[in-house]
Design a protein around this ligand. Structure first.
Ligand SMILES: NC(=O)c1ccc[n+]([C@@H]2O[C@H](COP(=O)([O-])OP(=O)(O)OC[C@H]3O[C@@H](n4cnc5c(N)ncnc54)[C@H](O)[C@@H]3O)[C@@H](O)[C@H]2O)c1
Length: 254
């Protein structure tokens, strides 16, 4: 049975946690329905219990094309429409570049970059049929900066900026806008795990961020929401930094 076809539908990869979950919350608060596509069944169950009736979830692995296609087929069958996509699935695995294995390097690209491409490609027919649609990809300050120990992550995020620009130009004639956000450090399960594992020291990050703190997931979700709705109707192919001023800070001398 199809859900109410009047309500706009957003598909959110990695939607069961962090920035993806907050994006779902924001979309639902605006009257839409959110479909969370996430690898973790337990995180999905928890997120769906929090979000209530406006959300649905499916276990999807963005590294598996058949799984991604099945997730979007489920949206076709159950929701009957798709208006917005947020590609937020991701992990962090820092380590020295001199020691990184091909397998680990390629795995990060597969999750972040090829994963976003798989989701965009699977969403395309639905967005096209809708006559209008938006995609927001999660880049990072890592798309614009060099970060020791994060070769695969920075490469993937720089790739996402390129992917975003190309799809924005290619799909604009169909009314599909494609943008990216570039968060600085956001307080989520991803960064909490790095802090706990001793792979991230938050003190120098706060000191290096002009606003002097990490972002809250809701602050990033608000920008994703702007890029996902008609409020940003002429913004296309843009990488919008949400980093507290980190990447424009030239004040290294004081
Ligand atoms: N947290 C930050 O500081 C920060 C900063 C810049 C960019 N980002 C990016 O934002 C995105 C979301 O990060 P977050 O902090 O909300 O992370 P998070 O860990 O809170 O959530 C990520 C979600 O992705 C899911 N996921 C992981 N691998 C998957 C796969 N193969 N298929 C489907 N789902 C998968 C996880 O289950 C999890 O629910 C990531 O792309 C991350 O790189 C995060």
């Amino acid at each position: 049975m199809k859900n109410n076809p009047q309500l706009p539908v957003a598909a959110i990869t990695g939607g069961a946690s962090g920035i993806g979950l907050e994006s779902a919350r924001r979309w639902i608060a605006d009257g839409g329905r959110a479909v969370l596509l996430d690898l973790s069944r337990s995180a999905l169950n928890k997120a769906l219990a929090e979000l209530g009736g406006g959300a649905r979830g499916a276990v999807v692995d963005v590294t598996d094309n058949a799984s991604v296609l099945a997730g979007f087929q489920g949206i076709r069958e159950t929701e009957g429409r798709l208006d917005a996509v947020v590609n937020s699935a991701g992990i962090a695995r820092p380590g020295p570049s001199s020691e990184v294995s091909d397998e680990d390097f390629t795995r990060m690209l597969d999750i972040h970059l090829t994963g976003a491409m798989r989701s965009c490609r699977a969403a395309y027919p639905l967005l096209k049929e809708n006559g209008r649609g938006t995609i927001v990809n999660l880049a990072s300050v890592a798309a614009l900066t060099g970060m020791p120990g994060r070769a695969s992550y920075t490469t993937a995020k720089a790739g996402i900026a390129g992917l975003t620009r190309t799809l924005a130009v290619e799909w604009a004639p169909l009314g599909i806008r494609v943008n990216a956000v570039g968060p600085g450090y956001v307080r989520t399960a991803l960064t909490d795990a790095l802090v706990t594992e001793g792979k991230l020291d938050d003190a120098p990050i706060k000191a290096r961020t002009p606003l002097g703190r990490f972002a809250e997931p809701a602050e990033v979700a608000e920008v994703i929401h702007f890029l996902s709705t008609q409020a940003s109707s002429y913004v296309n192919g843009h990488l919008l930094m949400v980093d507290g001023g980190m990447t424009v800070d030239g004040n290294w001398y004081s």
